[in-house]
Design a protein around this ligand. Structure first.
Ligand SMILES: Cc1cc2nc3c(=O)[nH]c(=O)nc-3n(C[C@H](O)[C@H](O)[C@H](O)COP(=O)(O)OP(=O)(O)OC[C@H]3O[C@@H](n4cnc5c(N)ncnc54)[C@H](O)[C@@H]3O)c2cc1C
Length: 347
């Protein structure tokens, strides 16, 4: 076995377990690099990486699927290979490599249920690998705090009971299927974060309403469920899926504000911000995506009916999600009256 080391680049994915790039490097790892991409010269000269680590024989990393990262990875591979290094990327994220799930005609699926059925008919993805038992120490440790100094670890194992009793069921797996579908759509439509997939929506007369947009962002619309969700988002970076749908619906269907404004706000504020799923969520809410959940005649996705002003539904959804903690007051019988009051107050 060659003694020349392999550099493993940790980008977004910092896991030691379930990390195929780390596994592929085997025992030959001598270093991990945080910023390989920034070191690519791109101009045909040696990359900073090759210059800094003249002994390295390979660079491995887990690939990303956002359009900009796909091009960056390709460029990086060309540059590193030009430097005489073995450059390989691995799938450490979706269950099925985007672009590999196609219909009988070799075309991308546009119906989720058919896409997911095909995924489930494929050989099961390999079970996740654990963390390597041993990782070589760097010659010099960089100056650092201990993880425990950051106070990030929970004082007690709050998820222990859940872990011991919960078994992912079909409904959960289906949600993961939606995530797969989102990656599939982004792969086939790299323009989708900026372009509606139903082209006719390019000409949709969205209204410019900076004041309304600001009220929505700050959770000051007067609609309790929308506001609770938006305040929760701002304070915690998270919102339940149902509440995301209601809040997003309010922006695009009530304020008639361009879905891209909402997607940009979610992108900036969600801790789980993800280009593929965020784009799917927003195009889905704005009904400007070109895919369907199901092909059955007469099928209506119940999630498409999301009036934010039905008091009963608002309360039951708020109760079902932890967003209720962010409701400031009991909802008014007619929240649209509050909307006008809030807007006057914010003027
Ligand atoms: C407008 C809008 C924007 C969204 N933006 C994002 C985003 O930026 N990042 C993000 O990860 N999710 C996004 N979602 C999808 C969904 O809201 C979150 O994935 C979900 O709330 C995560 O909660 P959970 O981990 O409890 O999910 P669970 O219900 O436990 O599901 C398990 C996993 O499946 C995936 N998943 C669940 N629901 C969906 C869904 N509707 N679409 C695609 N994948 C799903 C997620 O990876 C999730 O962690 C968005 C949804 C909407 C309506």
């Amino acid at each position: 076995m060659s003694t020349r080391p392999t550099v493993v680049w940790f980008g977004l994915d910092l896991r030691l377990a379930e990390n195929p790039a780390l596994w592929a490097a085997g025992g030959r790892i001598a270093m991990v690099a945080e910023q390989v991409a920034g070191q690519a010269s791109g101009g045909g000269g040696k990359t900073g990486l090759a210059a800094d680590h003249p002994n390295a024989k390979a660079v491995f990393w887990n690939r990303r699927y956002e359009p900009a990262e796909v091009s960056r990875d390709q460029e990086l591979k060309t540059v590193l290979r030009g430097d005489g290094l073995l450059a390989e990327s691995f799938n450490g994220d979706p269950l099925f490599e985007p672009g590999t799930v196609l219909n009988k005609n070799g075309q991308p699926f546009q119906v989720f249920s058919a896409f997911w059925r095909t995924c489930l008919g494929k050989p099961e993805p390999a079970p996740p690998a654990g963390a390597p038992r041993k990782l070589p120490r760097p010659r010099i440790w960089p100056e650092s705090l201990a993880v425990s100094d950051l106070g990030l670890e929970a004082a007690f194992d709050w998820a222990g009971g859940l872990r011991a009793t919960w078994e992912p069921g079909e409904a959960y797996l289906r949600q993961v299927g939606w995530r797969e579908f989102a990656y599939h759509l982004l792969f086939h439509h790299p323009e989708s974060p900026h372009q509606p997939l139903r082209r006719e929506f390019s000409a949709f007369p969205w209204q410019s309403d900076p004041q309304g947009l600001k009220a929505w962002q700050r959770g000051k619309t007067g609609y309790p469920l929308v506001d609770a969700g938006m305040r929760e988002l701002w304070h915690t970076g998270w919102m339940h899926n149902r509440v995301r749908m209601v809040a997003a619906s309010f922006l695009v269907k009530h304020l008639l504000t361009d879905w891209r404004e909402g997607a940009a706000w979610f992108w900036d504020t969600l801790v789980d911000a993800d280009l593929a799923t965020n784009t799917l969520g927003w195009q889905w809410t704005a009904d400007c995506g070109n895919w369907r959940a199901c092909r059955a005649p007469g099928y209506t996705d119940p999630g498409k009916l999301r009036p934010p002003c039905s008091q009963k539904q608002g309360w039951s959804w708020a109760r079902a999600t932890r967003s209720r903690l962010w409701i400031m007051s009991r909802p008014a019988a007619a929240p649209w009256q509050l909307w006008h009051k809030e807007m006057r107050r914010n003027r």
